[in-house]
Design a protein. Sequence first.
Length: 314
Amino acid sequence: SSATLPAAAAAGCRRSISQVPPASTVNVTADDIEAYRKDGVVHLRGAFGPDWLQYMREAFSEGMQRPGKYAEFIAQGTNWSNMFQAGANERDVEMFQDQVFYEEAAERLPAWIPVFERSPAAPLIAQLMGSATATFFYMHPILKRGGSQQAIPWHQDLPYWKVDGQQIGSVWIALDDMPLSASVRYLQGSHAWGLFRPQHFVDHTPYEGRDDLPQLPDVDAMLRDGRARALAFEVKAGDALCFDARIVHGSLGNPEAPGSDHRRIALRFGGDDATYCDRQGETAIPTQEVEAIHGLRHGDSLACKAFPRVWPPQ
């Protein structure tokens, strides 16, 4: 049966999102697991049904109305100096993204908690990673408006994060249909290449103090020369792309007409072997606020109050 949000959580919402869909899982095949292991990414069609899809669309809308401290509202001319200015969310934005962690979500956006804990996402990625457990790390919601030229450059997720392990992956969920031309592109098998130095997306400058990692090779040249192959996917709303945190990926803008918005969320999880990794130099995730409260030391298992184990259900 459908559940409702806890009373305290619902009271924190400006607009209560009442019906939480029943907890559910998705059938993962041996071919899906092999594709994830070999390619680093797998496309699961219809992984999230109409009830979860509607629920997540409402939660996404609420999240844009109640953005976090690090939410980015990006328009033409956005740069470091004006990205987080007051009123940024009222610009004629081309792209929106935010970072949502468990404990702050319980206060700011409690409607997301059932998605972390009860949706098919956690058991899905656990099965693909070959893990008995799934620990929720954070969520990354992204909107690209129709006609947006905002591209996300080639990168890996893991070097930006203070986590390590072989079992760290994302469940990327399409909340709108997206054509092949708007797809995130993944370099097949690149999760086995090792890690590369992270860079700032806005101006492509390298992260400070991360010289321990080599520079990412010229991916476009590799693709032209046939030394790499990019996988891209036409997705329908409710589809999931599940991918390893080490895979090299990037995306173009939204080539569709204005009014055809592309909403997606990426849920990040760690498996049995995921640990906190106190990387030296600049990192992006966790944020300073979460860093101050999680209490983990280098090498500790990731699962804790700030990053709760959500699978199997407690």
